[in-house]
Design a protein around this ligand. Structure first.
Ligand code: UT7
Length: 328
C-alpha cells in the first residue's frame, strides 16, 4: 500500500481583530487577567454575513494550490466543525458547491476542537482501503456565534478561523507520510463543555434564547485538568507503534486553547518549548481550526519544512481527544 502524505496546506484568518481591550470595556475583566491566565492578546472574528464556508473555501483553495491540484481532482471532503453554515445541509456540501468539487463526496465530523484530527483519522481509513485517493480535510469554526459576550468566563477565550490540508498518495521518496492518527471520546464528561440550545434536547424557541442556552457553557478549570491529561495520552498513543520517539519530533502543535495548557503538556512530555508552535496569542481558541491554521502558518513561514516530523494533539467538548503524527 502506498504511503498517505500531506500535499498542501491552507488557511483563512478573518480580518477583524478583537483585542483584549474590547472585553475590558464590556465585562469585568482585564488585559492582565486574560494574558496571564490564557496567553491570549487578541483573536479574530468573522464579519456579519460571513459563514463557515466563506472561510473554509479560500483555505481549501490555498491547500489545493500548494498541492498542485484542482477541486475536480478531489474524491472526498471531510469537514471537522460544530458550526456549519446551516443546521442542514453539511458544511462539506456547501464547501463542495463553492469549490466546484463535483467528483467528491462531502460530509462533516462533529468532534469539537479535535475535529480536524478526527477528520484526518476518517480520511486515512477511506484512503487505506483504496477507495479514495485525493482528500480535502478541513478544520473550521465560527465560535463567535456561540459565544456569550456577557459571560467573562468564556467570551475572552475564543476566535474564528479555518484551515485545510490536501491528502494524497506519496509518489516520490521525499514525500512525507501520515504515520498515525488516534482518536478518543468520553461522553461521561459532556457537561464540562457544551452548547445546550438549538439541538433536539432544547429546540430553538424564544424561551431557549432568553435563557441564553444557545451559547457555550464551560467549567473551565475542570476542562483544564482533563485537557492536559487527555492531550498527553493522545500524543503518546500517536507516537507508540510508529517506532519513533519524542526526541525525534521536530515540531509539536498542541490545541491552542490556553498557553498554560500547552506549556504543561510540553513540559510533562519533555518536549522543548522551542519546538512548540504557538498561535494562541493572536488567534485565541478557534476550536477545530487551531491545528490546521497553525500548521499552515508554520509551513508558509518556513518553520515546518518537508521531511520534518510533526506531532499534534487536541481535546474538546464531548469529551474528545486526538493525536496525529506525520512526516511533512
Ligand atoms: O477547546 C477547549 C476549550 N476549553 C478550554 O480549553 C478551557 C480550559 N480552561 C482554561 O483555559 C482555564 O480554566 C480558564 C482560562 C477558562 C480559566 O482560568 P483559571 O485559572 O482556571 O481560572 P478559574 O476558572 O479557576 O477562575 C479563577 C477566577 C474566578 O474568580 P473567583 O471565583 O476566584 O473570584 C473567575 O470568576 O477568575 C475569574 N475569572 C475571570 N476574571 C477576570 C474567570 N474569567 C475571568 C475573566 N476576567 N475573563
Amino acid at each position: 500500500m502506498k504511503k498517505i502524505c500531506i500535499k498542501g496546506t491552507g488557511c483563512y484568518i478573518p480580518e477583524r481583530i478583537v483585542p483584549n481591550s474590547y472585553f475590558e470595556a464590556t465585562v469585568d475583566t482585564s488585559e492582565e487577567w486574560i494574558v496571564s491566565r490564557t496567553g491570549i492578546k487578541e483573536r479574530r472574528m468573522v464579519l456579519p454575513g460571513q459563514a463557515l464556508s466563506d472561510m473554509a473555501t479560500p483555505a481549501s483553495k490555498r491547500a489545493l494550490e500548494m498541492a498542485g491540484l484542482s477541486p475536480l481532482d478531489l474524491d472526498l471532503i471531510i469537514v471537522g466543525t460544530s458550526t456549519a453554515d446551516m443546521a442542514s445541509p453539511s458544511a462539506g456540501c456547501m464547501i463542495q458547491h463553492k469549490l466546484g468539487a463535483k467528483n467528491a463526496v462531502a460530509f462533516d465530523v462533529n468532534a469539537a476542537c479535535p475535529g480536524f484530527i478526527f477528520g484526518l483519522a476518517v480520511a486515512r481509513k477511506f484512503m487505506q482501503d483504496g477507495s479514495h485517493r485525493q482528500v480535502l480535510v478541513i478544520g473550521a469554526e465560527i465560535i463567535s456565534h456561540r459565544t456569550d459576550f456577557q459571560d467573562r468566563n468564556t467570551c475572552v477565550l475564543f476566535g474564528d478561523g479555518a484551515g485545510a490540508v490536501v491528502l494524497g498518495l506519496a509518489a516520490r521518496e521525499k514525500d512525507g507520510e501520515l504515520l498515525s492518527t488516534e482518536i478518543y471520546s468520553d461522553g461521561d464528561l459532556w457537561k464540562l463543555l457544551h452548547v445546550p440550545g438549538g439541538g433536539s434536547m432544547n429546540p430553538i424557541s424564544h424561551e431557549m434564547i432568553d435563557q441564553r442556552l444557545h451559547y457555550v457553557k464551560m467549567k473551565g478549570n475542570e476542562v483544564f485538568k482533563h485537557a492536559v491529561r487527555s492531550m498527553i495520552e493522545a500524543a503518546q498513543k500517536a507516537l507508540e507503534g510508529s517506532g519513533l520517539t519524542k526526541d525525534q519530533i521536530d515540531w509539536f502543535i498542541p490545541h491552542q486553547a490556553n498557553i498554560r495548557i500547552m506549556e504543561a503538556v510540553a513540559k510533562q512530555m519533555d518536549i522543548p518549548v522551542e519546538k512548540v508552535i504557538k498561535t494562541v496569542h493572536k488567534y485565541g481558541n478557534t476550536s477545530a481550526a487551531t491545528i490546521p491554521t497553525a500548521l499552515d502558518e508554520a509551513v508558509r513561514s518556513g518553520q515546518i519544512k518537508r521531511g520534518h516530523l510533526v506531532l499534534a494533539a487536541s481535546f474538546g467538548a464531548g469529551f474528545t481527544s486526538g493525536g496525529v503524527l506525520f512526516r511533512f
